[in-house]
Ligand binder design. Structure first.
Ligand code: NAD
Ligand code: IPM
Ligand code: MN
Length: 363
């Protein structure tokens, strides 16, 4: 199979983990006889520095012409004082909008070998298998107006939470389709006791549920959901929620796996191309130290193989390799626990590649 993959490393550890994911994809190509062509583009702070824009048109074009997009992360303290339209995060929001990536799938998988890396007790996190479906192109992130104002001579600000019913419908419909193939339960998370948008979200969820008689629908208020995620995570199967709630809850869910550096994601549109990225950010505190966990990016590449290219065996080979290195006790700093072996980002990548290619490992 021949595929073009647009690679947008972005900023900070985005560059380091994306390199790892590309190396792993290359190893898969070698082992299974596929030709993956990697076409690089700029996004985020680095794009601003090189082109003056956090998302130049060339990058959008490159993504649209590619079969899938692999993204690292954007942002960093040195860009925090830029005018809002030049901020790295704007580049990320814009590529999501340009590609109409309305659904962001963030799976949380329990790794038995990482049970000691989570601050939560093993009996709480054991066998957690949850899929968060986050609406990605609407809500507070995109509502207009969003600005600073002077009202009655006092400084004030406005951010607008705007959703069309059809934007809710498509992402909730997808959540039900996915739940129908998994644990047959959808937890729709909202703040319907306060927000009008949430009350419509609930109506839409009820409407969609009628088409999936085998899937159980549960509504949950977001504050309670934040608590239940930690207290009783096994009760969740598919969680569907609006953009900002999904952002916050998925970082929280990553604690169940042991680290933010373990959570991959896929962002889907109606017609593709889809985009794959770890859920974490550019991690300025550990940038350039070769200690970032590359597994979220590598597992995002596995999602690409499965979802965009239909390469199930290849995706499973990546996931198996990740399992093997973890079972062998290799750990980047974020998941290090007693008795385990500390490895760098590049060593972890080399180990995953070695497992895929059946080579001797370096440890
Ligand atoms: P962050 O996700 O970058 O980091 C949060 C914490 O998790 C840090 O302590 C970091 O060291 C750690 N961490 C994250 N990924 C890790 C990994 N792979 N391995 C080991 N440790 C990891 O969030 P933040 O610090 O709040 O934000 C930093 C910058 O990243 C900001 O500019 C923010 O806007 C941006 N950001 C970008 C994305 C994205 O591009 N998708 C996501 C989140 C944050
Ligand atoms: C994420 C990030 C982004 C978001 C930011 C950087 C715009 O936190 O991908 O989770 O909030 O969507
Ligand atoms: Mn986030």
């Amino acid at each position: 199979m021949k595929k073009q993959i647009a690679v947008l490393p972005g900023d900070g550890i985005g560059k380091e983990v994306t390199k790892g994911a590309v190396d792993v994809l290359q190893a898969i190509g070698d082992r299974f006889g596929h030709q993956f062509e990697f076409a690089y583009g700029h996004i985020g702070g680095v794009a601003y520095e090189v082109t003056g824009s956090p998302l130049p048109d060339e990058t959008v074009e490159l993504c649209k012409q590619s079969d899938a997009v692999l993204l690292g992360a954007v942002g960093g303290p040195k860009y925090d004082t830029l005018p809002v339209h030049l901020r790295p995060e704007r580049g990320l929001l814009k590529i999501r909008k340009e590609l109409d990536l309305y659904a962001n799938l963030r799976p949380t998988t329990f790794y038995a070998s990482l049970a000691d890396s989570s601050p939560l007790r093993k009996e709480i996190i054991q066998d957690v298998d949850m899929l968060m479906v986050r609406e990605l192109t609407g809500g507070l992130y995109f509502g207009k107006p969003s600005e600073r104002r002077t009202v009655d001579e006092k400084e004030a600000v406005v951010d607008t939470l705007f959703y069309k019913r059809e934007e809710m419908l498509r992402v909730i419909e997808l959540a039900f389709q996915l739940a129908d193939k998994r644990g047959k339960k959808v937890t729709s998370v909202d703040k319907a006791n306060v927000l009008e948008s949430s009350r419509m979200w609930r109506e839409v969820a009820e409407e969609v549920a009628k088409r999936y008689p085998e899937v159980k629908l549960e509504h949950m208020l977001v504050d309670n959901a934040a608590m239940q995620l930690i207290k009783n995570p096994k009760s969740f199967d598919v969680v569907v929620t609006e953009n900002l709630f999904g952002d916050i809850l998925s970082d929280e869910a990553s604690v169940l796996t042991g680290s933010l550096g373990m959570l991959p994601s896929s962002s889907l549109s109606e017609n593709g191309p889809y985009l794959y990225e770890p859920i974490h950010g550019s991690a300025p505190d550990i940038e350039g130290k070769n200690i970032a966990n590359p597994l979220a990016a590598i597992l995002s590449a596995a999602m690409m193989l499965r979802v965009s290219f239909g390469l199930e065996e290849e995706a499973a080979a990546v996931e198996k390799a990740v399992d093997e290195v973890l079972n062998a006790g290799l750990r980047t700093k974020d998941i290090l626990s007693e008795g385990k072996k500390a490895v760098s980002t590049s060593e972890m990548v080399a180990e995953v590649k070695a497992c895929i290619l059946g080579h001797e490992t370096i440890s």
